[in-house]
Design a protein around this ligand. Structure first.
Ligand SMILES: *Cc1c(COP(=O)(O)O)cnc(C)c1O
Length: 387
């Protein structure tokens, strides 16, 4: 039987032999590993990815994190790489060959779209961007050479929840690999493999590390795709630092409690934002009334702290003042740390549920929610005095 998520977070990846009895495994930094004999060296070369061989393939600290994530996701195995974007690029370059066709969701994270436009297309990969609302109709876009369907749910900046089970059912019939970026929900709130995903990607930089001080990416695969992706990572010499993996493990221990608090705070802020005249739409699928609320309820166990808002068009000129006067909300990219952030956002695609007003992305942190609301209220008040 699978252990429950909170127990995995607390107990996985804690080899007592490695830690000499201390609670946590240490950071094991290494390039060279020393072998005790000719035979053990030869043996380790034969057994490529199952033991500590050489720093570029990870050290026992890396493996502790990888095992922990694989168990949390309910996948076969996990590989750690140096950033979330490296996780996306190594999964896609591992799976795709020149002449293959990739179906990429149109609401994808911006740098992943750049990877497609500035790298994959030059490698001879054909790419079609599909509507995040497509569901089972994805079959109408399948070609003979379609190899991967890439999902991100909810979408970056615009927060469309995808019908991943329907997409995965369609893809399975054609042996097409379903890759999903699961950064927003983490395995704690979205069990990708239960919903038919074959390869799940995380910018662990965000909630898994949780403290805004590490770049880290994770790729978890089902069994058929592990070796292909793992080999690609080895061939390219991609590696995550053991120190960063250790910080990833440190973050994981509190992932559950942090996410529950991010969710509670974000839901309260989202509900308050709905009451504001300046706000035309709140993009947060956990909000009853959000166009994606039902789909979210069917697939997700919770919602994290990242949401979007669309302001009234009249507010376009006041956005800089709003952003500058909210003091608890930092102005910065990335998210998933313990602290709140606010940024203007400019999605590439037009979204049906939006009407062209200025957009902002908010990360709701672990501060007191009353203080956060007061800070935004102050921001709106300062901004509205600016004309
Ligand atoms: C931030 C982010 C990434 C990239 O992660 P990095 O660690 O910053 O490279 C990938 N996907 C999503 C959805 C993200 O938000």
């Amino acid at each position: 039987m699978r252990r429950s998520m909170d127990t995995i977070l607390t107990h996985a990846g804690r080899d007592q032999d490695l830690s000499c009895g201390a609670v946590n495994v240490p950071v094991i930094r290494a390039s060279t590993k020393l072998y005790d004999s000719f035979e053990s060296y030869e043996q380790s070369r034969a057994d490529k990815y199952n033991s500590f061989r050489f720093g570029r393939y990870g050290t026992p600290t890396t493996f502790a994190l990888e095992q922990d994530i694989a168990e949390l996701e309910g996948g076969y195995r996990t590989v750690a790489v140096a950033s979330g974007l490296a996780a996306i690029s190594s999964a896609l370059t591992g799976l795709l060959r020149p002449g293959d066709h990739l179906l990429m969701v149109d609401s994808v994270y911006g740098p992943a779209r750049s990877l497609c436009e500035n790298f994959l297309t030059h490698q001879g990969v054909n790419i079609t961007y599909y509507d995040p609302d497509i569901g089972a109709d994805i079959t109408s876009l399948f070609r003979e050479n379609t190899r991967v369907v890439y999902c991100e749910s909810p979408g970056s900046l615009t927060f469309e929840v995808q019908d991943i089970p329907a997409i995965a059912r369609a893809a399975k019939q054609r042996n097409i690999v379903v890759v999903a970026d699961n950064t927003w929900a983490t395995p704690y709130f979205f069990q990708a493999f239960e919903h038919g995903v074959d390869v799940s990607i995380h910018a662990a930089t965000k909630y898994i590390v949780g403290h805004s001080d590490v770049m880290l990416g994770l790729i978890t695969t089902s069994e058929p795709y592990y070796t292909r992706i793992r080999d690609g990572i080895s061939h390219q010499g991609m590696v995550a630092s053991p120190d960063d993996c250790w910080l990833g493990l440190r973050g994981l221990r509190t992932l559950g409690v942090r996410l529950k608090q991010h969710q509670a705070n974000a839901l309260q802020v989202a509900k308050w934002l709905l009451t504001r005249a300046e706000v035309r739409r709140v993009m947060y699928p956990a909000l009853p009334g959000d166009p994606y609320h039902e789909l979210w309820k069917e697939q997700f166990r919770g919602a994290s702290g990242l949401l979007g808002i669309e302001l009234d068009e009249k507010w376009r000129g006041k956005v800089p003042r709003l952003v500058n006067s909210a003091k608890l909300f930092g102005i910065g990219s990335s998210w998933g740390g313990y602290e709140s952030l606010i940024l203007p956002s400019k999605p590439v695609r037009a979204t049906r549920t939006l009407s062209g007003g200025p957009l902002l992305r908010l990360h709701i942190g672990l501060e007191s929610v009353g203080d956060l609301i007061e800070d935004l209220e102050h921001g709106f008040a300062c901004a509205s005095q600016s004309d």
